[in-house]
Write a protein that binds this ligand. Structure first.
Ligand code: ZN
Ligand code: ZN
Length: 448
């Protein structure tokens, strides 16, 4: 197993060997030899095989392993911006053949003997986190901090304590087979599935799995109040929805920062947003200077929704490439220096490990509250978000640019990665999907 740069640095810093990923037993992957598959039926699934290599495979269907499990027949899925970190192999403990995908909708097709809250045929969305519902964190609805669902010791070594499991996101977070597949096994199903009412079609329900709760959490947890000026780094699905929720929280201004077609997309989709394309700034002009010009003194709140692997300057590009750091500090530094004295900076984007050249001086001297938002505890926000989607108060489908078939999902990763074809977010059908719901503002089915 070739270690990635992240594993190398973790080994160096922590003095432990993290090369044992191939010896991890897969309990959750449908594997005929291990007895974890239903060999009466096969399914298509998207699996990871190495850096830059994901493929649609034909494999066995998963089966119920615990009385609290259900099997969901997937009717809609998608590729998340954070899946591109997996494609780039910057997440630890990925194993060839891992089935990816942490956002999906579907129907309950098999029930474990202890599941009383769900019935066969129920329409459901998943929570990207796999949580137990019983530990002290789950009882406080901080479900991504679940203490039972992640067996990886690497996670605890690196971070101080372990977070919970995540579907389709490597053995670093439990090794659960994901839902970019025709079937998926759901552990602690009553806890990790949300029943969808008839008023919420799959096309809207899908986004309750991750991106709606994640962006809502960023705004709630960082704290956006009436009249605040807010800057958002990254105008992918999370940044766009963060902008929408910031306005709903009463923000007077929202400035979205990116360096591609997504600034134009944001202007079209988010009424009132201002954008800053950093690639169009005059030579030598910084994002911070531009923000201070537009909002004298700086914004009240900054939210980083881009990610730590996207270096801008050559120093961080080299340091990331040689494994001298796992995340660039450039965007967090920009966010800190663009924020007014005693303002708040939230990080909702994925950061994996260590970073160099962090501007701790600006943080301390100017009293900036830097908030690691953490992975969103989805279950905490489901009641209010489902009510908003059901009533039509919010409609997450405005970010959807492509409707695709599961056969094209590997291509979808590469198009997403290169930001080609104007792709922001895809809705991906399976052979079990219902016809397109009426009245949905979404592109027609297309092939990549
Ligand atoms: Zn995601
Ligand atoms: Zn728990």
């Amino acid at each position: 197993m070739a270690l990635n740069a992240a594993s190398n640095l973790a080994e160096k810093v922590l003095g432990r060997d993290y090369s044992n990923v191939d010896t991890i037993t897969d309990v959750s992957k449908p594997d005929a030899a291990a007895g974890t598959a239903d060999t009466t039926e096969t399914m298509k699934a998207l699996a990871w095989f190495g850096k830059g290599d994901v493929r649609v495979i034909e494999t066995h269907k998963p089966k119920i392993l615990e009385p609290t499990d259900v099997i969901v027949k997937v009717t809609g899925t998608t590729v998340c911006g954070s899946d591109i970190h997996l494609l780039h192999n910057v997440i630890l403990q990925l194993k060839a053949g891992d089935i990816l995908g942490h956002e999906f909708v579907g129907r309950v097709s098999e029930l474990g003997s202890a599941v009383t809250e769900l019935s066969i045929g129920d329409r459901v969305a998943n929570s990207f986190v796999v949580s137990c519902g019983e530990c002290r964190f789950c009882k406080q609805k901080l479900t991504t901090a679940c203490e039972k669902t992640n067996p990886s010791n690497v996670h605890g070594d690196l971070y101080g304590s372990k977070m919970g499991g995540i579907f389709g996101y490597s053995h670093f977070v439990g090794g659960y087979a994901g839902g970019q597949a025709e079937y998926v096994r759901i552990p602690y199903a009553a806890q990790n599935l949300l029943k969808l009412p008839d008023e919420v079609p799959d096309e809207k329900g899908l986004y309750l799995a991750d991106i709606l709760p994640t962006s809502y959490h960023a705004v709630q947890d960082t704290g956006v109040y009436a009249g605040d000026a807010v800057a958002v780094w990254g105008l992918g699905p999370i940044g766009l929805l963060v902008s929408m929720f910031a306005f709903k929280a009463g923000a007077s201004r929202v400035i979205g920062i990116d360096g591609n077609f997504r600034t134009e997309f944001a202007l079209k989709k988010i009424p009132g947003i201002e954008v800053l394309d950093f690639t169009k700034l005059p030579r030598g002009r910084t994002v911070t200077a531009e923000i201070h010009d537009r909002v004298p003194g700086g914004v009240d709140v900054s939210i980083e929704a881009a990610g730590g692997e996207y270096a801008k300057g050559w120093a961080h590009k080299i340091e990331l490439a040689v494994g001298a750091e796992q995340d660039t500090s450039e965007l967090v530094n920009e966010a800190i220096t663009s924020t007014r004295k005693f303002g708040r900076v939230g990080i909702i984007a994925d950061y994996v490990g260590f970073t160099n050249h962090f501007n701790i001086g600006s943080l301390m001297e100017r009293g900036i509250r830097l908030i690691g938002n953490g992975q969103s505890p989805v279950q905490k926000y489901w009641p209010e978000l489902l009510a908003m989607v059901k009533s039509g108060e919010i409609d997450p489908t405005f970010i959807v640019t492509h409707r695709l078939k599961l056969d094209d999902i590997a291509k979808c990763y590469y198009v997403h990665e290169k930001k080609e074809q104007g792709m922001v977010k895809a809705y991906i059908e399976t052979r079990f999907s219902a016809p397109r719901a009426p009245g949905i503002d979404m592109p027609e089915l297309s092939r990549l």
